[in-house]
Write a protein that binds this ligand. Sequence first.
Ligand code: CA
Length: 257
Amino acid sequence: MSRVLVVEDEAHLAQGLRFNLEAEGYSAEIAGDGESATDRLLEKKEDFDVVVLDIMLPGKDGFSVVSELRAARNYVPVLMLTARSRPEDVLKGFASGADDYLPKPFDLSILLARLQGLLRRSQWMRTAHSAAPSNPPIQAESAPSDPRNVGDFGTFSFAGKTIDFGALELRTPDNLIHLTLMESELLRHLVRNEGRIVSRKQILEEVWGLHEDTDTRAIDNFIVRLRRYIEDNPVQPRHLLTVRGVGYRFLAKPEEK
Ligand code: CA
């Protein structure tokens, strides 16, 4: 039985969620504020399979909760509940390390579907880690621009680094970086379009399902973070290039200077 922690201060909403989750066969518990959520997850190290996290909480808000979890290397999947019509909340949530989001008010069936998606993914991650790798790494040398070569749970290697899209990991010669779902999805989109320009509009609409008029500085922040992961010198990127006024381009094998 999957354990869900519902972090929500509106008691009637939290209890309604718990009731419905239990009716669907989950075990659900409520934390009424951010403090008790981090206390249970980090101090008491309670084991939950997924967290439903409201942003607007008394005291410590949802952004701080997820940031603290990730800073403490707790990678429990987090579904964030955001206020409708505030795309900046969505992007800030992803930047803090949330895996998915749902605007409030939400439809229960959509919430359940999103939770299923997150649980399925962590199941895959566990399977992928315990079983022998079935997907051979894709080398940049072999047809890098063929999108079919980057399977949903495949890996992609370039310049001594390997992205494992399913396990949400980026391995570099001296580091293992845990990616959020949204970081992994953005990297996958860039890799799939290797050598081609990907516009900001495309990133918003195709990768994250957001409306194109979202503040694009949020994307820039994501790119800055990805560069810290994949570039030897993030200030002078060679793999993840800005195409001024248009968008970004990923190069697995940049031209030697
Ligand atoms: Ca609230």
